[in-house]
Design a protein around this ligand. Structure first.
Ligand SMILES: [Zn+2]
Length: 264
């Protein structure tokens, strides 16, 4: 007889935008079951191709209660972050309809790995990263304009997809995820500081671009260039997390200072 009063099962809690973003970031924008992208760019919009799945169901049917009886559960109740994971719609549908002991344990294992990885990552502290991004950007205010005078800037609005080849699909998914989550925050922060004359956006952008050009001469792999730029930014903004710096560099990828357009 299944437990009628299972304290793990509580009423559904709707997912806030922040939590939704945290789930997306946790999996780096890629379905952890099939590897498909969870965001698809359609024109200027990013279409969400994912849903937040319960690992242990919120309202298990009798068959599920029996199948999953005695197995490890994540979190203290079914509505906690620990018991949810972003999946593409297909995998979510399949998982919900075919929940075997094996499928359940597989997802538990995946989620535990993600949780372990995210301890050093933003997923669970979206708010902190937002504050940090502002700090990173603030620290960019001290960039020396004299060294930048010769830089010429291009402000062509390029799509990410035209700048990063498919061979860098993981990098691409990561950048798209950051852009989707943080683009407006970063843009507004830059605009505000620029309007208050605390920062010259053109100078910052050209600094990022010159760093990119330096990297571009020496490094071939775009993933390595991305990493090098993140490291560079981190060195300029003491104590900031790699994630905050990755978000800012992703912003510049989107707004065109990083990576040349791929020639077709
Ligand atoms: Zn999937």
């Amino acid at each position: 007889m299944p437990e009628l009063n299972d304290p793990y099962l509580i009423a559904r809690v709707s997912i806030t935008e922040n939590t939704d973003n945290a789930h997306l970031l946790e999996v780096d924008g890629i379905c952890p079951l099939c590897g498909n992208y969870l965001l698809i760019q359609k024109g200027k919009r990013m279409n969400k191709k994912y849903q937040i799945a319960h690992i242990y169901p919120n309202s298990p049917i009798p068959h599920e209660v029996k199948e999953l009886q005695g197995l490890e559960r994540l979190g203290t109740n079914c509505e906690e972050f620990e018991n949810k994971v972003a999946l593409c719609k297909d995998c979510h549908g399949y998982y919900d309809d075919h929940k075997t002991k094996e499928e359940y344990l597989k997802l538990v294992k995946i989620k535990k790995r993600l949780l372990a990885a995210s301890k050093a990552k933003i997923s669970t502290s979206h708010q902190d990263v937002e504050e940090e991004i502002v700090l990173v950007i603030n620290s960019l205010m001290s960039i020396d304009p004299v060294t930048l005078q010769k830089m010429e800037l291009e402000y062509k609005a390029l799509k990410i997809s035209s700048k990063i080849e498919m061979t860098y699909s993981i990098l691409k998914a990561k950048i798209e995820t950051y852009v989707c989550v943080y683009f407006n925050l970063i843009k507004e922060t830059f605009q505000n500081l620029d309007q208050e004359n605390k920062l010259n956006f053109d100078l910052v952008a050209s600094e990022v671009r010159s760093s990119f050009l330096k990297c571009d001469e020496e490094i071939v792999s775009k993933s390595e260039i991305f990493e090098a730029l993140v490291k560079w930014l981190k060195s300029k903004s003491n104590g900031s997390s790699s994630e905050a710096c990755e978000a800012v560099i992703s912003y510049f990828v989107q707004s065109c200072e990083v990576f040349h357009e791929i020639s077709q």
